[in-house]
Design a protein around this ligand. Structure first.
Ligand code: 5GP
Length: 120
């Protein structure tokens, strides 16, 4: 499946839908999740069109990958997540439970988050 330019994060990037922005640069945009699952729940997305982590790691230029990773670190600093720790998640595809098909990572923190997954 190819990238869908009408996904909600593409609309946020184009300014068609508002977001509670945390920070951005040429490589990434970070904003608060509309339905937070933790006291701090940020989303970090690349500025360019990639549908998931595999697509990004496979096809993005090295400078985009480095810029995106540095962006994640900038957000952890801005949200003071480094001292107590945080969780970084990227859902991919159907089994991963990905809802929005523009690559993003969830940054979760602000309390002890407990086990990563419930047992199946
Ligand atoms: P996924 O399941 O794709 O990994 O996560 C998508 C995330 O995007 C969800 O946590 C959901 O709450 C969030 N989300 C969906 N629509 C919007 C929106 O319009 N604005 C913001 N800020 N977050 C959204």
């Amino acid at each position: 499946m190819s990238y869908d330019p009408n996904n909600i994060f593409a609309k946020i990037l184009r300014g068609e839908i508002p977001c509670k922005k945390i920070s951005e640069d040429e490589f990434y945009l970070a904003f608060h999740d509309i339905q937070p699952r933790a006291p701090i729940h940020a989303l970090v997305i690349p500025k360019s069109a990639y549908k998931d982590v595999y697509d990004f790691n496979q096809n993005a230029k090295n400078e985009e990958i480095i810029g995106f990773c540095k962006g994640i670190n900038q957000v952890t600093q801005l949200l003071n997540l480094n001292q107590d720790g945080f969780r970084l998640i990227s859902n991919s595809g159907v089994y991963g439970g990905q809802e929005v098909p523009h690559y993003h990572v969830h940054l979760l923190g602000g309390k002890k988050l407990g086990p990563m997954l419930f047992s199946s």
